[in-house]
Design a protein around this ligand. Sequence first.
Ligand code: FAD
Length: 310
Amino acid sequence: MTDIKRFDARMKDRNAVFKEIASVCSAKAGEPMAPHTSFRVGGPADIFAEPENTEQLSAVLAIVKREGIPFVTIGNGTNLLVRDEGYRGAVIKIAKGFSASSIKGLTVKAGAGMTLAALARRAAEASIGGFEELSGIPGTVGGAVRMNAGAYGVSVSDLLKSVTYLLDGQVITKDAAFAELSYRHSIFCEMKDAVILEAVFEGKEIRKKEDIIAACEGYNERRRSSQPLEYFSAGSTFKRPKEGYASKLIDECGLKGFKVGGAEVSEKHAGFVINKGEATAEDILAVMEKVRETVLEKKGILLEPEVVIL
Ligand SMILES: Cc1cc2nc3c(=O)[nH]c(=O)nc-3n(C[C@H](O)[C@H](O)[C@H](O)COP(=O)(O)OP(=O)(O)OC[C@H]3O[C@@H](n4cnc5c(N)ncnc54)[C@H](O)[C@@H]3O)c2cc1C
């Protein structure tokens, strides 16, 4: 029996399970996922929990495991597309409670809930350079390690030294090599039950704080001028295929502006599918499907989604 069927069979117990989780940490039942994702779409999660520390997280995980309830961990939801039907199970958000940081030499230890912007700022305050390129990626450290996020030629893999995660009640620390980071991929894509708790990064050099901040601003300005940041999106919708940039291929197929309902291939950056305000997840998925079909037909290249579909 799958996890989902087991949970369905126990629906009558759902309130009891929810109450138990709510006694551990802040939790909501039937919480719409749209406000928790940068696409601003997605139906309700049966249970939405926001633990504040590892102890609470451990307790929530023990309950969902005991009950056979599927669960997923999220950070800022900036690489997530949640379907309109929502998520049958527990969504566990790793946020502010997990955003402590500390610095020693060039080393920055950051909680999984810290945003990359805050990480870059913290490093800059200590005159540590190396995080500037990543500073405009709107995710958390946990999501960034999981996705091996990167921009302007720098990825998490260039800076990560070690990662600490929680699995089956154990807190485990491993060297970066364990994470098997490659283009928008890490071992955590397969280790679905592991929750990243913190990461240790090593910056590249000591530089003047003002220069680091100016460099971050420069990268953010490049984003503003090239990306449709005025609309809801999850950044690049597709991974870069080995044949070239997904955005170039999509543009060459004449798909800029292609729309279904409120979802559209951005005119400004063809790599972004955007929600113009009233899109459903179904609209976004339909645009993604059309893009994949057309690029395959005209270019012979199958684009792989970068966004994680729940
Ligand atoms: C405008 C915009 C621009 C973007 N630009 C870039 C870019 O330049 N480069 C780039 O790489 N990405 C970019 N992204 C995508 C996104 O910001 C990154 O993938 C980011 O790393 C996701 O982090 P998150 O916290 O939002 O993760 P989420 O979207 O919440 O989750 C992403 C995945 O990570 C998992 N996850 C999250 N937290 C944890 C955790 N603590 N433990 C285990 N698994 C976890 C989730 O289950 C999910 O599978 C952009 C997105 C937007 C909206």
